[in-house]
Design a protein around this ligand. Structure first.
Ligand SMILES: [Zn+2]
Ligand SMILES: [Zn+2]
Length: 310
């Protein structure tokens, strides 16, 4: 039976209708990561002249392992002469999705994300630093080479504002109280060293997973990067085992940088699989229609993790 629930932080309505998963065309045909995206690749070694001049280059034995460049097609204008939309090319390897990385590579990637995030968050003109990663064409990835994107904005985004409002209005942090409710245990996918992978009670997307620190931390810069690396590896591998090659977005939700009561925020990362399309219902209503409920999603992802060794 279809049911209605509310996003725990933004209070958006989510309609879960499992019956719709049976209909023809329920699952996106284009969800897999595509190989045929834009060749030759402007992010591969040897093609550095196809990107704007780099902001950062990390090298090992004379070969670069990561580059940060301004986005050639920025979503936002530079502020005070500083590019506000960056591309973080965190590997020189063209075929290196997050799920295939080892922990050392992922930890180094997270250090790079943090470094750039911290730089923008320290700017007085910046109110929100948005970080996301698109993997697969259905997730909006236009260049197949793995990369993340960071956008610094001079305002608090509506999503962060809604989440902060939810944190400040609640008597106690919703992400801290959830684990104390035994009925939510079945939404846990895995626990990794102080970080829990959990399906949210009102998922907007099938198999949506949140990576949430067990300890209340407003700002993700305080996190243990190695624990987060492991959590990201587990989450992306679980999804890939359940839906091989599935496209997904990774989004970071961390406190706006200069607001009062920012300590009430509880940072987390959302892994949003793109197995279905956003269509007329979502556009017409501003609500979400999901065909897989959170309990089923968590159960199948747990089973995927235990089906073979990591
Ligand atoms: Zn490439
Ligand atoms: Zn909390």
């Amino acid at each position: 039976m279809p049911s209605v629930s509310r996003h725990p932080l933004t209070h958006e309505e989510v309609l879960v209708s499992p019956e719709r998963s049976e209909r023809p065309g329920a699952w996106s045909q284009d969800s897999a990561a595509g190989e045929s995206i834009a060749a030759p690749c402007p992010f591969c070694p040897g093609n550095e002249d196809q990107t704007p001049p780099e902001i950062i280059r990390r090298e090992v034995n004379g070969a670069w392992t990561a580059r940060v460049v301004p986005n050639l097609y920025p979503a936002t204008a530079p502020m005070n002469g500083v590019a506000s939309h960056e591309v973080l090319i965190d590997t020189a390897l063209h075929e290196a999705p997050l799920r295939d990385r080892d922990l050392r590579s992922l930890s180094s990637t997270i250090r790079l994300w943090k470094e750039r995030y911290a730089m923008h968050a320290s700017r007085e003109c910046v109110e929100s630093v948005i970080f996301f990663r698109n993997e697969g064409r259905a997730a909006g990835q236009s260049i197949a080479h793995p990369h993340g994107q960071l956008i610094a904005l001079p305002f608090v985004t509506p999503r962060l504002a809604a989440e902060l409002q939810s944190f400040t209005a609640a008597p106690e942090c919703p992400l801290c109280t959830t684990p104390r409710d035994p009925s939510t245990e079945r939404l846990v996918v895995e626990r990794c060293h102080g970080v829990t992978l959990r399906c949210p009670s009102a998922p907007r997307f099938p198999y949506e997973v949140w990576i949430i620190p067990d300890r209340h931390e407003p700002d993700w810069l305080a996190c243990d990067g190695e624990a987060l690396a492991e959590a990201l590896q587990v989450a992306t591998r679980a999804l890939d085992r359940r839906w091989p090659g599935a496209a997904f977005n990774v989004t970071l939700s961390s406190t706006p940088v200069h607001v009062p009561k920012r300590d009430r925020f509880h940072w987390h990362i959302e892994l949003l699989p793109r197995l279905t399309n956003i269509a007329g219902f979502e556009l017409a209503t501003g609500s979400w229609l999901n065909i897989v409920d959170a309990e089923r999603a968590a159960s199948e992802l747990r089973a995927a993790l235990t089906s073979s060794s990591r």
